[in-house]
Design a protein around this ligand. Structure first.
Ligand code: ZN
Length: 121
């Protein structure tokens, strides 16, 4: 059996059912709890919490978020594909981290030609 989203092979005890389709755990989590990249309320609360805590830049981030942020800081701009190769996590995991970093107004995406780059806010 294969995951309906990523095509990964599913073992019987690792299969998650959602609306009649079969998913692996990661895809199930992604589908049932997608990162909300453009949620203005989430942005407002994430930035105000960070302000309350006196955090700016990479302060208060997880190791993975710091790694992503500092790579973007060093390079100025980077594609998701390049980042994925460097940080070595699943695309879903990276998307979730982007959503958080965007909420905190640390990074943003922009398009140049046919490529989407990530850069500092
Ligand atoms: Zn999957």
């Amino acid at each position: 059996m294969q995951c309906d989203r990523c095509g990964g092979i599913l073992r019987e005890n690792e299969t998650y059912d959602y609306h009649g389709k079969q998913f692996c755990e990661d895809c199930y989590m992604y589908i049932t709890n997608p990162p909300k990249a453009c949620d203005p309320m989430a942005v407002a609360s994430a930035t105000s919490i960070r302000k309350e805590l006196g955090q700016s830049g990479a302060a208060g981030l997880t190791e993975l978020q710091k790694q992503i942020y500092s790579l973007i800081e060093q390079r100025g701009k980077i594609t998701k594909e390049e980042l994925l190769k460097i940080v070595n996590v699943k695309p879903e995991e990276l998307e979730a981290q982007f959503a958080i970093l965007r909420h905190c107004e640390l990074i943003r995406a922009f398009k140049e030609g046919s490529k989407v780059y990530l850069t500092q806010w």
